[in-house]
Design a protein around this ligand. Structure first.
Ligand code: UVW
Length: 317
């Protein structure tokens, strides 16, 4: 596509929540999740079943990451073999222990993006100067999200099951109308302030195909339209959670831009993005017991100035 519009042009008339929660806000639409929403989520706990949504870091089959990032590497620093050497640390009583460390992209596993993670036109979320990202996010880092935590009513939207597929195809798209129809087919309804959790099962192809998964990389997902953005704004959606690497169709088939919903939803409306989740056990359970709404709770790690952080979200049904 030759005439790919600049994001400022594409989103010229797109709504913004900038200033809505004050001129120093760093958590955006998560402000919708007050105590009432926590209690609404709690009311959806019925059986005490617990699900964790993080993908394994260091999976022997590999870890899916956005092209250009590398998976985390874990290094063993101390183990029993360390005490084969006379330099090993010695402790009164003879204690030995294992220590290890990881070198990881903060967006290289199941993660929360900071609201300052993406920008266009020189401004971060809420109008902050993009230069405040230099050397680390001075404002709108992941830290304030980690401080507050994310708790509310979650709803699983099993798009793969709704479309009768094991997993969605490369570059396959859907919109808010499809999400509503998917919810209806599950016998439920998307309500205001719901945390949307969308299953595509697309990353199955990463584990099936290995490195050829990245050829012509284009994930399936939500596709930009002004109506979709208005819907997310009107529904006051606080958090978009998916099982893909980047939560939306990678290249918009209608205008050729990359990741315009990162701009329209995260940057403009302040919606938190959670990516690379593993929704398989949760989806199996929802299909079995018919309960697609539940308590969702997550807190990324408190990392100063970080543009994202690993997380292991919890669902309680
Ligand atoms: C990019 O922003 C490129 O990716 P993600 O949101 O998946 O971290």
């Amino acid at each position: 596509m030759t005439d790919v519009p600049a994001m400022e042009v594409l989103l010229k008339n797109s709504p913004k929540n900038w200033g809505k929660w004050g001129d120093r806000d760093e958590v955006g639409a998560l402000n919708y999740l007050g105590p009432e929403e926590v209690l609404r989520g709690v009311r959806h706990v019925k059986s005490g079943k617990v699900f964790t949504l993080q993908r394994l870091i260091g999976d022997p089959r590999g870890d899916p990451v956005w092209p250009g990032r590398s998976p985390a590497t874990r290094t063993q620093v101390l183990d029993e073999s360390s005490w084969d050497s006379s330099d090993a640390p010695q402790f009164p009583g003879g204690l030995h222990y294992a220590d290890d460390k990881i070198d990881a992209f903060l967006q290289g596993s199941t993660q929360y993006d900071a609201l300052g993670h993406v920008w266009y036109g020189g401004k971060l979320w809420n109008g902050y100067d993009a230069r405040s990202s230099v050397g680390g996010l001075e404002i709108a880092s992941v830290e304030p999200i980690a401080e507050r935590g994310v708790v509310g009513r979650g709803i699983l939207l099993d798009m793969a099951r709704y479309r009768g597929k094991v997993c969605l195809d490369k570059a396959e798209t859907f919109d808010h109308g499809d999400l509503m129809k998917c919810a209806e087919s599950q016998g439920t309804e998307i309500t205001k302030h719901d945390i949307l959790i969308i299953r595509t099962n697309f990353l199955k192809l990463f584990y099936d195909q290995g490195q050829s998964f990245y050829e012509g990389f284009c994930e399936p997902g939500l596709v930009y339209s002004p109506a979709l953005v208005e819907w997310f704004k009107d529904m006051e959606i606080p958090n978009l959670v998916t099982d893909t690497i980047a939560n939306e169709v990678t290249t918009d088939p209608n205008n050729g831009t990359a990741l315009p919903l990162h701009c329209a939803l995260m940057h403009d409306l302040g919606i938190a993005f959670t990516e690379i989740c593993d929704l398989e056990k949760l989806a199996g359970s929802c299909a079995e017991d018919g309960q697609y709404t539940f308590l969702y709770a997550a807190a990324p790690l408190k990392i100063s100035k970080a543009s994202g952080s690993p997380v292991n979200p919890l669902v309680v049904k």
